[in-house]
Design a protein around this ligand. Structure first.
Ligand code: SF4
Length: 178
């Protein structure tokens, strides 16, 4: 698996609603986005190896991506009864995590070197080992695009992918660098 068309086919098989080729030159790692990861704004802060302050710094992340050549943005879009439909938001988020895990496993099986950036904190284990024991699966751990300092709606716009589909829809976005 190497061409973008093959990546798109895999994204479709994994259940994503939309996908788009990711131009890595559009990725900007912004401190102001990373600063949204704080105890006042996110309950995941300091609760997982995948989130600040445990995850790599923005400078380390900038270094990490240098070996990757291309990427794909993937999105799961769900229908909501209204903008307060919390159950609908949670269901779509859970479906996105499933789609994301399937795609990560398929890409790993193809022996591709990938960097998977998820949506929200890592939920791979029922309970994260943080902070007392090392991560159980550092190769599979999901760090969110926001923790990477990425302004997700701008990344979508810059790569010609929708982001806001109206009050009766919710979109979760992730990406894979290859
Ligand atoms: S893989 Fe498990 S231990 Fe590692 S960050 Fe995710 S939930 Fe925590």
């Amino acid at each position: 698996m190497s061409t973008y068309n093959e990546l798109e086919k895999t994204a479709k098989e994994c259940g994503f609603t939309y996908y788009a080729q990711l131009d890595l030159s559009t990725l900007e790692f912004k401190q102001e986005i990373r600063d949204m990861c704080n105890p006042d704004k996110c309950r995941s802060y300091n609760k997982s190896w995948s989130c600040p302050p445990a995850c790599p710094s923005l400078d380390e992340m900038r270094e990490h991506i240098k070996i990757y050549k291309t990427g794909i943005l993937v999105q799961t879009v769900g229908e909501l009864e209204d903008s307060m439909d919390w159950d609908g938001i949670m269901e779509t988020g859970a479906q996105h995590k499933k789609n994301f895990g399937k795609m990560r496993d398929k890409l790993n099986k193809n022996n591709l070197k990938i960097l998977a950036m998820g949506a929200g904190e890592c939920k791979l284990c029922a309970e994260c080992t943080y902070p007392h024991n090392p991560c159980r699966s550092p190769d599979k751990m999901e760090t969110s695009m926001e923790a990477y300092g990425l302004f997700v709606s701008k990344v979508c716009t810059d790569n010609k992918l929708g982001y806001n589909y109206g009050q009766e829809k919710i979109a979760f976005t992730s990406c894979f660098l290859i």
